[in-house]
Design a protein around this ligand. Sequence first.
Ligand code: SF4
Ligand code: SF4
Length: 129
Amino acid sequence: MKECNQCGKCCTKFGGGSLAVTTEEIALWEIFRPDIFKYVHDGKIWADPESKNTLERCPWMRRAPDQEKYFCDIYLDRPDDCKFYPVTIKQMIDDECEMLEVKDLKNPKRAQDVLNQIMSDSRPPYELE
Ligand code: SF4
Ligand code: SF4
């Protein structure tokens, strides 16, 4: 398992209207981050502040200058759904996450343990059944 290389595939796939968000997160943005809150509409993210239409791409995704590398413009205040990713090895395979190595595919149980360790500051461990 490699470290995240910021390839941006996950944000590209999920940032356009597929992210979950809680009422608690929305309430905090409303008070402390009105700039983020204006992209919420009807309890969902992310919506165009004027038209209220769901955006096709996350408005906080930025590309590093002269690099195929992406970063999040609201990193510390991003949704938990983003903070928790990736959760499972299966999800990483489906999303073609570039953290995966061949040895992870050969031993998914061990790979899940390593992933849980990498993500231990962000989310509880996920146990493979
Ligand atoms: S909010 Fe940040 S981490 Fe989440 S999809 Fe957008 S750019 Fe990615
Ligand atoms: S798909 Fe994987 S390697 Fe690429 S940015 Fe997301 S977590 Fe990082």
